[in-house]
Design a protein around this ligand. Structure first.
Ligand code: ADP
Length: 299
């Protein structure tokens, strides 16, 4: 009898041990695969602690792979963005060296334009890198929103007139914000320059500030090309453009919207967009009226 009880106990212990160690071994193999840079997934069996651990591991592995893909795509995009202006500069300089192009003021100014484009991409990348590291410094102070919109409009009026686009501003009462005026002008300025660029002559770009559930909302609305619903979430991705083959001269770095969104987030706010193809788009920057989110993160 005692022997039978002992046998049953030993058998039960061995079975329980095997049940426990097999999934743990599978998980260890998956971790090792990840360590060696291979695709790693653990089999999820049941809903016990080990099952939950395997599911959490799989979620982590998936996120890591996605980040790795993003990183690779980003390096490729950066190389592509820098290559075009650089090869233009090189091409012109070689032509001048070979006596095929005159180093006249026109050539010098087109070289300067390409160099400025390079500088622009690099400055934008730097802004994004700083924001990614959570080190975007925000020097908050009381800001009069109507004044801020007027300053942005003044800065873009020349460009809008050249493009035949009317720039209008409208602000409710005396809206105040606690924000970094330089960063805020940069964010709204990015939206306005996009809006002007995508609006045909005769169109309108309107900058409007309003109160929205205790926040301040700044809308930049254009009567331009609009963005297809499937493309709308993608416009906030780095280097993403609707017109893939567009001449670089006609546009920015493809980093304007991701930067504007980071700037909004650094203030505890958000940036979103709505659009109707053929009618136009509205980009809305929402910021906490008293800058609470920012003040607490700065402390
Ligand atoms: P870019 O430097 O190309 O303007 P952005 O990040 O600012 O980069 O914008 C990404 C893309 O989103 C643009 O290339 C354009 O295709 C689209 N886009 C942005 N703003 C507008 C707008 N107001 N109307 C239509 N399309 C827009």
């Amino acid at each position: 009898m005692a022997a039978l009880v002992l046998l049953i106990t030993v058998t039960a212990s061995v079975m329980a041990g095997t049940r426990l160690s097999r999934p743990l071994r599978a998980l260890t193999d998956a971790v090792r695969n990840m360590e060696e840079g291979r695709a790693a997934r653990a089999e999820v069996r049941g809903k016990d602690e080990i099952g939950r651990l395997a599911a959490a591991f799989n979620a982590m592995a998936e996120r890591r792979e996605r980040l790795e893909e993003l990183r690779k795509a980003m390096v490729g995009d950066v190389a592509h963005e820098l290559r075009t202006p650089l090869s233009n500069i090189r091409g012109w300089l070689e032509a001048a060296q070979d006596g095929l192009a005159d180093p006249d003021p026109e050539l010098v100014s087109s070289l300067l334009e390409e160099a400025l484009l390079l500088q622009h991409v690099i400055d934008d990348l730097q802004d994004l890198a700083v924001a990614d590291a959570g080190e975007l410094r925000v020097h908050a102070e009381p800001v009069d929103v109507a004044d801020l919109l007027a300053q942005v409009a003044t800065a873009h009026r020349g460009g809008a007139e050249t493009a035949g686009v009317t720039l209008l501003t409208q602000a409710d009462g005396r809206l105040q914000l606690v924000a970094d005026p330089v960063r805020l002008r940069q964010a709204v300025g990015n939206l306005v320059s996009n809006a002007v660029r995508h609006t045909p002559p005769g169109g309108t770009v309107r900058l409007q500030a309003r109160r929205a559930d205790g926040d301040v909302a700044i809308d930049v609305t254009d009567t331009g090309s609009g963005i297809a619903p499937a493309d709308l979430p993608l416009v906030f991705e780095r280097f993403w453009r609707v017109e893939k083959s567009r001449s670089r001269r006609s546009g920015g770095s493809g980093l304007g919207l991701p930067i504007a969104r980071k700037l909004a987030e650094a203030h505890g706010g958000s940036l979103s967009a709505t659009s109707v193809v053929g009618e136009g788009s509205t980009f809305t920057l929402r910021l906490p009226a008293h800058g609470h989110a920012w003040e607490s993160s700065e402390a």
